[in-house]
Design a protein around this ligand. Sequence first.
Ligand code: FA5
Length: 341
Amino acid sequence: MDLKPILLKAESDFNNAVSALNINEVKAKYLGKKSFLGELMQKMKDFTPEERKEYGKLANDFKVALEVLYEKALKRVNDMEIEKRLTENKLDITLPGLNFNQGTIHPLTKITREIEDLFLALGYEIKEGPEVEIDEYNFEKLNLPKNHPARDMHDSFYIDAHRLLRTHTSPVQVRTMLESQSNELKIICPGKTYRRDLDDATHSHQFMQIEGLVIGPNINMANLKGTLDLLAKTIFGQDREIRLRPSYFPFTEPSVELDVSCQCQKQGCPICKYTGFIEILGAGIVNKKVFAMCGLDPEKVQGFAFGLGVERIAMLKYKMNNLRHFYTNDLRFLKQFKGGL
Ligand code: FA5
């Protein structure tokens, strides 16, 4: 039986096929049940064993040859289709990409995170409290009873007779002491605060503070000074000096204000009003009355606390002359503070 002419015809049919669909038609014609090969296989059972041996090998070689032709044709058609798709959808990798407007981190968030990172490394916890606070926590338990003259320093937004927008982050100290009843705490409390101050270059009716509170056995002024020195050097640079000045806060006794040496190296400049130092925060040793009002035994526990204004720190760090830039959403200003989110 001469199968060569059939193989040649099959080869030419497979070569002429231009799509996967064509290939399958040609495959059915030569390898399908009704093909010459299919019929040959059917007839095999009628052959004598000797004939079967001879025709079996012949049919098998024929089938393998046809399958090779099929595989080759299929690969050729697939390659052609890929090639066609590549030329049709040409990708120009030299075209400039789309311009995504990537946001930058707000300078106040940046400073807050820097300070948080420092205190987290020192083993402090971060605590938060509500911006709508009760009078009892914002004032009374901080030793500011009703009609206390020091309340005048915090001109407040009252919501009703008992609730107000917190004027500082110190009520978070009160909440944490009341809740934990622990004689050992190391916390910082960042957040928004509100005062009925007139907006100007250094005041805003809404601003940010970070409170710090450490309580434990034998906590003293030296611990406070060491901590504030580290804070000032971390934010402003190792060459800065600090200075503690006596001050007054009802919730700390004694109280101090912290000044940091100015970038003019204490030579005197308009930023420090020619004093060489700039005030950055209030602090002190926690008043025993506050411990007692928060349920802790004033004879067993000592502590220090501090509260800083984030805007003022940011202004000093970035050499700004007006706090309002933080709140006017001018992209030309905000885009200068590059940094990861
Ligand atoms: C307090 O608020 C105290 N609670 C801080 C404190 C905490 C003292 C713990 C002792 C112990 P003072 O009123 O000074 O203190 O405010 C702290 C800081 O908030 C100021 O130094 C200033 O940086 C910032 N600040 C106050 N008012 C404004 C305002 N209107 N706009 C922007 N920043 C302000």
